[in-house]
Write a protein of this length. Structure first.
Lengths: 191, 100, 370
């Protein structure tokens, strides 16, 4: 988005701070609706990050589909089921859980940094840098050209996948005429 | 230029938040939201890598990941609704019929 | 372009393209926000006088200044003052944060969308070109639909946070309606993208240079679908079951009074205007004057700046046509029942939108294959 000519580095740090804050609040909010709204904020800031990375089409699709449809679905289900805030467990992690978390964190950081720095031979870099994308007709044009030539089959498969998901949702969430009359509470008290 | 490792570090932190949400939250819908957070972290990696390697294939992959996340969220929420109708709760501590 | 962060700060103190862009961004946003805020009072007055004349009565025409009646123009001012001074009653079990945050979610997206619409051709001041849209987004449409899909949160949060089962039902119905009609709304603009070949709104306006290249003539079904879905998106006209006065009390904003109620109405009128401006931009040529291409306009008027002002006025005129259409349809057609509304959206609008896209694609393929 051509608002400014120079996009300062500090924008990355601001955005990543906001993203981290929102992610932590998503996971640690007691009310599910609060969690969903923080998820919307998180997805919005990530879309801003994509825009900074010159992926304008992906940023728009992220807000349109992810923040504007998927999380709306979550909010609907939360409101329909009338879910109450849950009491969080205390901050008493068992040793095993804490170890898993720590190892995962350190492992991801190490693997990620190493891969970024030392494995350029694994993937052949393309020739579509930022300037070349502008010359070729814009981000959407380049993505579309690549998608409909090299990735046409996955694109059609994705539409079949969406069809399958629609059919599955309707079948799973349909009220069962036989059992639907009486709601049995099995397996414990309702929350 | 921001080195691409910073983006990967950010993505791994977000992934970790999602992972801890899946492990520690007892509400099934919160678990599904944490899964979305993890998928989002993967998307960040894809877009940053596509910028680093001067390709757009990463962004195309992001579109497919978003599509799959949408389908999976929809089917997961349909299952949550069916579970709520059957058992009256979405607390994972009570939904443990398959637990060994 | 890009991340050229090696800029030195002394260049911020003189007029170069960067500082001109920065200052014009702030000025444009201030003018836009101020201008958009003037629309609800005017619309409230229009909404009362025009239907009154349609229904052969007078409407409010008493509130004036001193002894002049002024056609009741100050009625909006009186309403605003009354709303601000009303006591704000927060319901007992309302969620402390979301009750106050929900009107923001309704108002904010409308202002953000208005930033992406091109209001006129480029200004040319002292050699610097200043485009007349607050931001220039190269994925113009997608940005607009993305931000307008955030308005659903305002409606659902408002109903849920009010701790009132009628509000909750009203808000669930209203948000289900809004997300159902977002799909045909976006799909009706796909043929426009196919025909003009770009997502950028500025380029689409520039491509409608002659009268018969307007979107209304090249994609007439899109115009029809877009207008119908426009009414449904803003919960207006025959689709206003969610806030209908005789239905669920007042729907999702039952528990809101005084300033927040005014905020919901502000958001509704501003998003009406923004969607009208979008429809004018895409289908009616935007800031282009009919039968007068841009170059001859500049030649007639002498300077591109006056042409820019004329362009802005033209866009406002076309948007006002759509606003008047909103009011006309509201006071003419009866309200849809909720199941009729939803089946219209899914079983009628969606297939017709799809058929529109496929038909346009086939026609374009045939025409451009030569």
């Amino acid at each position: 988005m051509e608002v400014f000519y120079f996009v300062p580095e500090v924008l990355f740090y601001i955005l990543s701070g906001l993203i981290l804050l929102s992610s932590v609040m998503v996971v640690s909010a007691r009310n599910p609706v609060t969690s969903a709204i923080f998820l919307v904020l998180d997805l919005f800031f990530v879309a801003a990050l994509y825009a900074k990375l010159d992926a304008h089409f992906t940023a728009a699709i992220q807000v349109l589909v992810y923040a504007g449809a998927i999380v709306v679905l979550f909010v609907f289900v939360i409101m329909l089921l009338n879910l109450k805030p849950e009491a969080l467990r205390g901050v008493r992690f068992s040793v095993g859980e804490a170890a898993v978390l720590l190892i995962t964190l350190v492992g991801f950081a190490i693997i990620g940094s190493e891969l970024a720095r030392t494995a350029p031979e694994a993937v052949i870099p393309g020739n579509l840098g930022a300037g070349a994308i502008e010359l070729a007709g814009g981000n959407t044009f380049v993505v579309a050209m690549r998608m409909f030539t090299s990735y046409l089959w996955p694109f059609e498969m994705a539409s079949i996948l969406i069809l399958l998901a629609i059919v599955a949702c309707v079948m799973v969430a349909k009220k069962d005429k036989v059992l639907g009359a009486a709601h049995h509470f099995r397996g414990g008290s309702p929350e | 230029m921001i080195p691409v490792e910073n983006y990967f570090l950010l993505a791994s932190f977000v992934f970790l938040c999602g992972l801890s949400g899946v492990m520690f939250r007892r509400n099934l819908i919160m678990v599904l939201m944490s899964i979305e957070l993890m998928l989002n972290a993967v998307n960040i990696v894809f877009v940053a890598a596509s910028r680093q390697l001067a390709q757009v294939d990463g962004q195309i992959m992001v579109l497919f990941v978003i599509t799959v996340a949408a389908c999976e969220a929809a089917v997961g929420l349909a299952m949550v609704i069916a579970l709520f109708r059957r058992y009256g709760t979405v607390n994972t501590e009570f939904l443990r019929l398959l637990r060994g | 372009m890009g991340t050229n962060f090696g800029i030195d700060l002394t260049s911020l103190l003189q007029w170069n393209q960067f500082t001109v862009d920065l200052v014009s961004f702030v000025v444009k946003f201030a003018i836009l926000a101020g201008g958009l805020l003037q629309i609800p009072p005017v619309m409230v007055w229009v909404e009362r006088r025009v239907p009154a004349l349609m229904q052969r009565r007078r409407g409010p025409n008493r509130v004036g200044l001193f002894k002049w009646r002024l056609y009741g123009l100050l009625q909006s001012l009186a309403d605003t003052i009354k709303l601000i001074f009303k006591e704000e009653v927060v319901p007992d079990g309302a969620h402390k944060v979301f009750y106050h945050l929900a009107p923001v979610f309704c108002v904010f997206p409308a202002f953000l969308i208005a930033c992406a619409i091109p209001y006129g051709p480029d200004l040319n001041i002292f050699g610097y070109t200043i485009p007349l849209s607050v931001v220039r987004v190269d994925v113009g449409f997608l940005f607009i639909f993305a931000i307008s899909s955030l308005a659903v949160y305002g409606v659902s949060l408002a109903g849920w946070a009010s701790n009132n089962k009628y509000s909750l039902m009203g808000s669930l119905r209203a948000s289900a309606q809004m997300i159902s009609y977002e799909i045909p709304l976006g799909m009706s603009l796909l043929p426009i993208v196919l025909i003009y070949g770009t997502l950028d709104l500025g380029k689409i306006v520039e491509a409608q240079s002659s009268f018969f290249k307007w979107g209304a003539f090249t994609a007439p079904f899109s115009l029809l679908i877009f207008v119908i879905c426009m009414f449904a998106e803003t919960n207006r006209a025959p689709f206003d079951l969610a806030e209908g006065e005789s239905e669920l009390v007042a729907g999702f904003h039952t528990e809101y009074n005084s300033a927040k109620f005014a905020a919901f109405f502000l958001g509704e009128y501003v998003s009406m205007f923004v969607l009208s401006a979008l429809a004018s931009t895409v289908f009616f040529g935007g800031w282009q004057v009919p039968f007068v291409p841009y170059e001859s306009l500049v030649a007639m008027l002498g300077s591109p700046n006056i042409a820019a002002i004329v362009g802005v006025l033209m866009l406002l005129l076309k948007s006002m046509f759509f606003m008047w259409l909103y009011i006309w349809v509201r006071w003419t057609l009866p309200r849809f029942r909720y199941d009729q509304l939803m089946s219209l959206g899914w079983k009628f609008m969606l297939p017709i939108g799809l058929a529109n896209v496929v038909g346009t694609a086939v026609v374009l393929a045939v025409l451009r294959f030569k």
